[in-house]
Design a binder for this molecule. Sequence first.
Ligand SMILES: Cc1ncc(COP(=O)(O)O)c(C=O)c1O
Length: 408
Amino acid sequence: MKNKKYKGRSTEAIHAGETLSTLPTGTTEHQVGKTGVPLLPPIYQNSTFQFQSASECASAFIDEESGYVYTRWGNPTQEVLEQKIAALEGGEAALATASGMGAISTALLTALAEGGHVVAMETLYSATFHLLNEDLTQMGVETTFVDATDLDKIESAVRPDTKVIYLESPTNPLLKLVDLAACAEIANTHDITSIIDNTFATPCGQQPITLGIDIVLHSMTKYLSGNGAVVAGVIVGEKGFIEHAQKGALRNFGAVISPFNAWLTLLGIPTLPLRFEKHCENALPIAAFLEEHPAIDWVRYPGLPSHPQHELAKRQMNGFGGMITMELKGGRAAGEALVNRLQICSLAVSLGDVRTLVCHPASTTHSHVPIEVRQQTGITDGLVRFSIGLEDAEDIIADLEQALGILL
Ligand SMILES: Cc1ncc(COP(=O)(O)O)c(C=O)c1O
């Protein structure tokens, strides 16, 4: 990123966006004559902002940079969060949203404002698949789903009216990787906006903008907040795109983050680099343990040499993350028996929590994906996904060992 202010990720996670200039300059009566500003960015838990005069108010409508007007248009707590995440992703600007899907829909509605065609990875988070395959299709947008691990398939799906290449890497739940630099090159050659959902990797695991991708999205519900208390999302990218999204799709469709959720997310970000390190440190020995277990057919973790794209993972990722997927030999019955028996690992959707979470995609997150699509994309009945938490790895392994024991 040009003009990068801090050398390290941890300093960035703690200090970026928290300069005094990001705090509103207006004083309130109780602040007059006193020095000292809050060390922790405060929550501006208000829907609207007041002005001293009609002309001051009028100029805030003409030049939005000059003041805050209404929280659906912007709020100081939200802005601190946005500047922090823009810095972490190495992007020019960011826009926080009410949820990950709020970020995904706002970004797609912005990039597809005039309609057009999308080339998308075939295995995507299920709601994103539905958004592209149903909601946006009803609005006249066509999507071609391809195995984006094969660059030729992306290239040959591109049409003259293609506006977006939409990716996840690692994908949910199969942890397939996409060569981001190569995809960005295809997108650039055809003047297409490239978008990636970077929720699984986090900005600590990979920075797609530095690899040439235009727009990065997150469900901040996951690793970025890390506390399991928030539903939130964010879009990061070039300033013009972010402004367009903010003044158009976000403001008018209304997927705005609440100041309280922005603040709760701000509490989580400073520990993201440390948490990410520990997620990675835990996941590798757990994946290695699972790979050796006789009840398990195969394990996917980008950090395992057996991952088909381990070399790509080493090249484009700074850490392999906390997500592990495996296929049980005993199919659905084994999956259900396993999750019923686990004690430390909690049976819950979502991911990126401090707790280890386990989920069975075929009966939960991907149950609404048509069976033929699930079979075609490898989301089988015996697939189990773990989001490895921050407990001690030896306790998680002991829990897995006792639960897997009943399958032998
Ligand atoms: C990869 C990915 N992207 C987006 C989302 C949607 O995020 P949210 O639930 O915050 O809308 C999820 C949710 O699980 C996800 O796993």
